[in-house]
Design a protein. Structure first.
Length: 159
């Protein structure tokens, strides 16, 4: 009887390890989020975000984008995946790793045209072919947003 319990325990641990090792994009995001793909990058975002075709002035050349709309359908947040490096100069970079690769994170607050504040994060790294990639996330500087922003950043997967 005790042997069956031990066997079940070992099987459970092995099964859990297999599931965890298979995680990729969305790993750092809450259950139910969507995963957006752009080039060699996958990033998760909440269901409220709408994936868009990169075409406008702010996303021309991007490989993927999603927006969060506020009152009146006005965009209040954006996620974009770009080929290339960081766009913001004069901001201190914080070292991090993504999928074992060295990466840099730039964090800053910027003013929107209407005078409100937006938090922004730019994550730069390279893909498996050594090509630079950039994920830029912006959103309203309101309660709860820093946690959501952190979850989006933690979900980034680069292949």
């Amino acid at each position: 009887m005790r042997e069956k319990g031990i066997i079940r325990y070992v099987a459970g641990v092995v099964g859990a390890a297999a599931v965890l090792s298979a995680c990729s994009a969305g790993e750092g995001a809450p259950e139910g989020w969507k995963v957006m793909h752009g080039g060699s990058v996958a990033v998760a975002h909440p269901k409220a975000w709408e994936e868009t075709r990169p075409a406008g002035k702010s996303t021309a050349g991007a490989q993927a984008s999603a927006v969060l709309r506020g009152a009146g359908g006005r965009p209040v947040g954006e996620i974009t995946v770009w080929p290339g490096g960081a766009t913001r100069r004069g901001v201190r970079a914080h070292a991090m790793t993504i999928d074992g690769r060295p990466a840099q994170q730039l964090r800053y607050v910027e003013r929107a045209a209407d005078g409100s504040s937006n938090r922004a994060v730019e994550i730069t790294t390279t893909d498996s072919h050594g090509r630079p990639v950039l994920v830029r996330v912006t959103g309203p500087d309101v309660d709860g947003w820093p946690d959501e922003l952190r979850q989006i950043v933690n979900s980034i997967d680069v292949s």
